[in-house]
Write a protein that binds this ligand. Structure first.
Ligand SMILES: Nc1ncnc2c1ncn2[C@@H]1O[C@H](COP(=O)(O)OP(=O)(O)OP(=O)(O)O)[C@@H](O)[C@H]1O
Length: 338
């Protein structure tokens, strides 16, 4: 269990104190993947650096299974730090060392014997899928491969916690997915708790069980993604929900009329914001209809996103359906009539 307790951090900016973190409290359970999100300058990097004391907070506690890292002397802190791995946006590999030697570095610093280093590095390279790259130099690797090397290096001392500072921000979407998959595997297979910071909502949606939202140095929300989307309306969370209108397909668009006329049926855009699941909505909609487009995501037992629907019941039936949506608090917009 990792407990971040009352962590504040003040920097001097042009001789003036600036509070980058203001009394942050977060609990991280063993085996969790926690994402810290927030806009640029919110304090994410500062917070993650306070966790392994790369940055020393003004006050507060960083409790790891009850031990407060802030109170340790430098020797004891160094011992604890070995058990906290960290990866960065720009990988931070040593260009003069091969892949093998980059991964071996923490073990060499720890004065491990060569046979143990050999065995451990081979094992780590296998975990990250780079067994065949041991002798290469970082310059000949892709961004994703470099991050894999950095992950292997971060795992060298068998950490219980992995800190990821914008670890996928320099990678393309496909590579991002593969690195996230690797992080998920590591979390599950090696039982390593992960604390990551990101400004990419996709990253959080892909792997985090819990989320903390930081804004101007303050913790403004925390919980599961589903909880945050349903209970907390902080503007930063709205980015999770699709806001663009769904385009009406061309064949319907050309026939669409702006107002009701006898024989026409409404084309509706519905917005699901977590209060009802898509499956439940469809099962409750007991009138003829056609789903034109569904752009939703499942988060836990709820659904978020938009649906374009052509109601095809009788006039009164269509009205009843609209009434039902309103009663359920489902935002609905009539885009036109066909
Ligand atoms: N060493 C420092 N000296 C002075 N101010 C600093 C220092 N480090 C960070 N800050 C300030 O603290 C605030 C938070 O910075 P931080 O890097 O933690 O934000 P962030 O949320 O990680 O942003 P980004 O996503 O852009 O990296 C910023 O206003 C930054 O200018």
């Amino acid at each position: 269990m990792i407990q971040i307790r009352n962590i504040s951090k003040t920097f001097l900016q042009r001789h003036q104190p600036f509070k980058a973190l203001d009394n942050i409290n977060i609990d991280i359970a063993e085996g969790d993947i926690v994402g810290i999100i927030g806009s640029s300058g919110a304090g994410k990097s500062t917070l993650i650096r306070c966790v392994n004391l790369l940055e020393r907070a003004d006050g507060g506690q960083i409790l790891i299974n009850g031990t407060d890292l802030m109170l340790l002397d430098s020797k004891a802190l160094a011992r604890q730090r070995k058990k906290i791995g960290m990866i960065f946006q720009h990988f931070n590999l040593l260009s003069s060392r091969t892949v093998f030697d980059n991964v071996a570095l923490p073990l060499e610093l720890d004065k491990a014997d060569p046979s143990r280093i050999e065995k451990k590095v081979r094992e780590l390279l296998k975990i990250v899928g780079l067994e065949d790259k041991a002798g290469e130099y970082p310059r000949s690797l892709s961004g994703g491969q470099k991050q894999r090397v950095a992950i292997a290096r971060a795992l060298a001392n068998d950490p219980y916690l992995l800190l990821c500072d914008e670890a996928t921000s320099a990678l393309d979407p496909a590579t991002t997915q593969s690195i996230l998959q690797l992080l998920r595997d590591i979390n599950q297979r090696l039982k390593i708790t992960i604390l990551l910071i990101t400004h990419e909502m996709g990253v959080v949606k892909a792997i985090c069980n819990h989320i903390a939202v930081i804004d101007h140095g303050k913790l403004v929300a925390k919980g599961t993604l589903a909880q945050l989307l349903t209970e907390n309306k902080h503007p930063i969370l709205q980015q999770f929900i699709h806001t663009d209108n769904i385009p009406v397909p061309q064949d319907l668009y050309v026939k669409m009329k702006p107002g009701y006329a006898v024989g026409l049926n409404p084309i509706l855009e519905l917005e699901l914001t977590g209060n009802i699941s898509f499956d439940e909505l469809i099962s409750q909609l007991q009138i003829p209809h056609r789903l034109i487009r569904v752009d939703i995501e499942y988060v836990g037992n709820t659904s978020f996103g938009k649906i374009l629907l052509h109601l095809q019941g009788t006039g009164p039936d269509n009205d009843k359906a609209l009434q039902y949506f309103n009663q359920q608090g489902i935002k609905n917009t009539i885009r036109g009539y066909v």
